[in-house]
Design a binder for this molecule. Structure first.
Ligand code: BG6
Length: 529
């Protein structure tokens, strides 16, 4: 290691006074109808997010939540199960008075989307709720597998709930939107027959994260960085979404999905898109999404098996250790086939065929049961053209790296060279760090709270457009198809708690590039993780 590896204290680039979060706006009044109301997402994310919004005073008196699920359940049973789920999600008991106020807005209706009576019953129920003071605006949330979405959309259309003459009707469709290019096209076509695109909100919760939205502010709100944000200065970009969690209780979903569809097809492509897109003409839904689609279309698809074999890596976690505790391998998890081929790790080298990014690789990787939970984007700049300070010494200056930390330790770090104190000219790398926690007095709302509020206010900027999801699948489907033909790589299994499969290093080292080591103690930005 050279003299540049000294770990100095980070320079902190925070404001010297704490800036409070801007107040949350009010939602438009509505009834939120959740299909899949007894599912994992409703319990872990949706209800806690709406509860937070309600406690913040974002909802008016006409706001209600109607859960729809296959099981029969009374309103009170539904309320009790949501309260249990909330306590679990928050990790502490919730305030009784706040809960009582919130629970009064909750009700439940049993109904199978495949049953012809479900939608007339739903229309009747909404009518009754309106008579009892609920809003006439309807926000339908499809928290169901993609195969079930078409029958719900058609059912809503049949009973006239998609066109609402007493208020508005909007629909939120949870990811994954389809499972490949064809099914996404089919689903888009079904949705388009019933709803106008302006009523449709395809959700990718990463876009609701504060730090993800900040990518655009960082790039287009500062004149310091954008001039270097191109092939002339950037060597490569690395995007990581590492989790220590395993498949948890979602084996049946995950066996059908895998890391590429679950994470790369949406969250990671969205991060890549925001990092690489051109500036939009305005910050509104169409201008932003127009630029995102253009960027996605400029990404070179890996259209043959040879390219897929050369530019992708997949892996599956084996037994190992997480936080000092032994954990089973993926194939030992409940509900997973003993010979499962499903990848729990995927890495892809993408290239963008446009003027700005020609020749700059974008390496993305996502995996479960890795060494550390961490999502970040690292923009590696090119080295200086001349090694001015190392003529007579074996000392080199590390190129600058800009790290956008999506989570945890939300913020941005910049590595740059500085002179080490002393009479001789020795250099070292220092870290300049902006931390959300230090700079702002209050915590950001959860991603789902931000997005639900946006949908209730009719702002689709942070939602994915129909052509955008198709542009994403156009990149992912050929990889899935080639993987189905290729035999599993020998180094597929990686120990839980590691950096992932060793093959992933081969993907990136070709041009002296390297992944951020998930096991290192110091992250760029000087944060100890
Ligand atoms: C979900 C995936 O979309 O994102 C999960 O289905 C994954 O498998 C999760 O764990 C990660 O989200 P976050 O917000 O925890 O990074």
């Amino acid at each position: 290691m050279s003299a540049t590896t000294v770990e100095p204290k980070p320079i902190t680039a925070t404001a010297n006074h704490k800036v409070p979060r801007s107040p949350l706006p009010k939602a438009e009044s509505c009834v939120l109808v959740i299909f899949g109301a007894t599912g994992d997402l409703t319990k872990r994310k949706l209800i806690p997010a709406i509860y937070d919004l309600s406690c913040e005073g974002c909802m008016d008196d006409k706001f209600r939540i109607l859960g729809v699920g296959r099981s029969a359940m009374s309103d009170d049973e539904f309320r009790a199960s949501m309260r249990d789920a909330m306590t679990q999600a928050k990790g502490k008991p919730i305030n009784d008075d706040e809960w009582k106020k919130f629970a009064g807005r909750l009700s439940y209706m049993g109904g199978d989307p495949a049953d012809a009576n479900t939608f007339p019953n739903l229309a009747k129920k909404l009518e009754e709720m309106s008579k009892q003071g609920a809003s006439n605006n309807h926000l339908f949330y499809l928290s169901v597998p993609p195969s079930v979405s078409p029958e719900i959309v058609e059912g809503l259309g049949r009973v006239g709930l998609a066109k609402n003459d007493k208020g508005w009707s909007r629909i939120i469709v949870e990811k994954p939107f389809g499972r490949d290019l064809n099914s996404a096209r089919e689903l888009n076509a079904v949705v388009a027959k019933v709803f106008d695109e302006s009523q449709v909100y395809r959700i990718d919760h990463y876009l609701g994260k504060e730090t993800v939205q900040n990518i655009l502010v960082f790039r287009f709100g500062n004149s310091l960085f954008e001039p270097v944000w191109n092939r002339n200065y950037v060597d490569f970009v690395e995007i990581t979404a590492a989790e220590t969690l395993g498949v948890e209780s979602r084996a049946s979903f995950y066996e059908e999905t895998g890391a590429l569809r679950d994470m790369v097809a949406n969250h990671l492509l969205q991060l890549l898109t925001l990092t690489a897109m051109e500036p939009p003409v305005a910050f509104d839904a169409n201008s932003v999404r127009e630029e995102k689609v253009k960027l996605l279309r400029a990404i070179r698809p890996l259209n043959n098996v040879k390219d897929v074999a050369a530019h992708t890596v997949r892996g599956q976690y084996g037994p190992g250790t997480i936080n000092g505790k032994p954990v089973p391998g993926y194939r030992e998890e409940k509900g997973v086939a003993k010979d499962s081929r499903t990848e729990t790790y995927a890495a892809v080298e993408f290239h963008i065929d446009n003027w700005r990014w020609s020749g700059v690789p974008f390496y993305v990787r996502a995996g479960k049961r890795l060494a550390k939970p961490l999502t970040e984007i690292r923009v590696h700049l090119k080295p200086t053209p001349q090694a001015l300070f190392s003529r007579n010494r074996n000392e080199h200056i590390e190129p600058n790296i800009i790290t956008i930390r999506i989570q945890p330790n939300e913020g941005i770090g910049i590595n740059f060279a500085a002179k080490r104190p002393g009479t001789e000219m020795h250099t070292t790398t220092v870290h300049m760090n902006f931390s959300y926690e230090e700079a702002f007095a209050t915590k950001s709302p959860q991603a789902y709270a931000t997005l639900l509020l946006d949908a209730m206010r009719g702002d689709a900027t942070l939602f994915t457009r129909g052509d955008e999801v198709e542009a994403e699948w156009r990149l992912i489907t050929p990889i899935e198809e080639a993987w189905a033909q290729l035999s599993l790589p020998q180094s597929m299994i990686y120990p839980a708690g590691s950096n992932g499969p060793t093959g992933a290093d081969g993907l990136i080292t070709g041009r002296d590039h390297h992944w951020r080591d998930l096991q290192e103690q110091y992250a760029p930005g000087g944060q100890v993780r």
